[in-house]
Design a protein around this ligand. Structure first.
Ligand code: GLN
Length: 477
């Protein structure tokens, strides 16, 4: 299916004259048309992208093009892009247009990447299957009845089916890594605070990370390097130096790797995902890396902690959607209070409403200490316990998700079943650490399996170079 797996291939084809920028955009536009039924894009910027391509070609000819010249990308429908719609896949933002551009998007545009469309996603990035969207579900390109994962499902499918080269997703508890695993591509969440969140619609602010979906480590590294670093609009961004990740992708030597026994024996872990993970561990051992099993005692607590804290933060963040300031307003309201109530009842989908209620409950007087404060304490313990592992190890390696892509409508009845999909991704989110999902072969039905690598605080460079080593020498393709 794929013709272009990396920016360097595209750039050398442009240099040699075998394709020009307009031809390149048309190549992606034709895939967008071909895979329209997958519902990965809510809007296509065909005219704009073609106009940008013409401008870019002149820049290339004049030798003045930026570092992302030839990168055609999409963004999840949670990022602001001036003069363009932003809906977070929700009815409540119907008709809303951004007045400024998110820092991460702007930095890519400044380096001459071309934005070709906006991706469908779970409403306000809440979900693990991309079925909670006012635009309808996204469908995995591997099999028509399979979900792509979520919440950045549209972004993952756009990269998977080559409707773009790279997509910007967002990862609060796994929303870039899990869909990447389900779609057989790369998905990376940098350290919390590595990339500015300015222009990213807030879900749970102490977890939200700008994340990337791509087909190569080289593209992931280069794009991250360009997006990362201090920003006057987001004071939570770290001032630690952003290293030239894309120049330092050569991994040398052996790694000390930790894995968790209780994850391998977890009852929800699919047997084929388990055996693919075990094969990877064996291969790593045979290549001289050390593998050390650890008991991660907090496994049973990661999901409750994550869901208490994120719903609490979401209930606060989403209070701004009241029918006054943005998008949709109920027509049947007759006074101020009924306007708030009706707008929010009609504008939000079921999952978002459930989380707002849950979050309001855990923050309410009488329950605050029992739930919210307690969860904050447990979060700290999880972070400390995880950091302790990194005193002795370079990486933690574990499956990205317990299963491969499940069938559409199969997990909708029991929310716990859906929330269990995040069990292996939320640890890095609770601890704020960089993590990546890499493709690791397929199961008997041809469904992609993902493996996740977590690195120590702000060690994106190490994570990326080891990931490239894994893809080249260890993982099955
Ligand atoms: N599936 C998780 C949730 O629903 C993760 C979402 C995300 O990372 N945005 O909260």
């Amino acid at each position: 299916m794929s013709t272009y797996d990396s920016l360097s291939r595209i750039q050398s084809d442009i240099d040699s004259g075998s394709i020009d920028c307009v031809g390149l955009v048309n190549h992606y536009l034709s895939n967008i048309r071909k895979y329209q039924h997958l519902n990965a894009l809510t809007e296509v910027y065909a005219e704009e992208a073609l106009a940008e391509a013409k401008k870019l070609q002149s820049k290339i000819d004049a030798g003045t093009a930026g570092r992302l010249a030839g990168m055609i990308f999409t963004v999840k429908d949670v990022y602001c892009h001036e003069g363009h719609s932003l809906q977070c896949s929700s009815k409540i933002l119907e008709g809303f247009e951004s007045q400024f551009t998110a820092t991460c998007v702007q930095r890519m545009l400044d380096e001459d990447a071309i934005l070709i469309g906006r991706n469908n996603c779970d409403e306000f990035a809440m979900g693990s299957s991309n079925e909670n969207s006012v635009f309808g579900p996204v469908i995995n390109a591997v099999g028509e009845n399979r979900v792509p994962g979520g919440s950045s499902g549209g972004s993952a499918v756009a990269v998977q089916a080559e409707m773009c080269l790279v997509s910007i997703g967002s990862d609060t508890g796994g929303s870039v890594r899990q869909p990447a695993a389900y779609c057989g591509i790369i998905g990376m969440k940098p350290n919390y605070g590595r990339v500015s969140r300015h222009g990213l619609s807030a879900y749970a602010s102490s977890f939200d990370c700008v994340g990337l979906l791509a087909r190569s480590i080289e593209d992931t590294a280069l794009t991250l390097e360009i997006m990362a670093g201090p920003d006057e609009f987001d004071t939570t961004v770290s001032h630690k130096p952003v290293l030239p990740y894309s120049n330092n992708l050569n991994w040398e030597g052996t790694a000390k790797i930790a894995y968790f026994d209780n994850i391998l024996t977890h009852q929800g872990l699919d047997s084929q995902v388990k055996s693919a993970t075990n094969i990877t561990y064996e291969k790593l051992r045979s290549l001289g890396h050390s593998l050390d099993h650890q008991a991660f005692e907090y496994l049973d607590y990661v999901l409750p902690t994550y869901y208490i804290l994120t719903t609490a933060e979401a209930s606060t963040n989403l209070s701004r959607y009241d029918g006054v300031r943005y998008g949709y307003r109920s027509e049947s309201a007759h006074d101020l209070e009924s306007m708030y109530k009706k707008t929010r009842s009609e504008g939000f989908g079921e999952e978002v409403k459930k989380r707002i209620l849950l979050g309001t409950y855990v923050l309410s007087e009488g329950f605050y200490d029992a739930y919210f404060s307690k969860a904050q304490k447990v979060r700290r313990l999880i972070r400390e316990e995880t950091l302790k592992i990194f005193e002795q190890h370079d990486f933690i390696i574990l499956p990205t998700a317990p299963t491969t892509a499940f069938e559409l409508n199969s997990h909708n009845r029991d929310p716990l079943e859906m929330y269990l999909e995040d069990i292996f991704t939320v640890q890095a989110s609770l601890a704020g650490l960089p993590a990546i999902s890499l493709p690791n072969g397929v199961d008997k039905n041809g469904l992609p399996i993902g493996i996740q690598v977590i690195a120590n605080t702000f060690e994106e460079e190490k994570l990326l170079s080891f990931s490239r080593y894994l893809i080249e020498h260890v993982l099955s393709n």
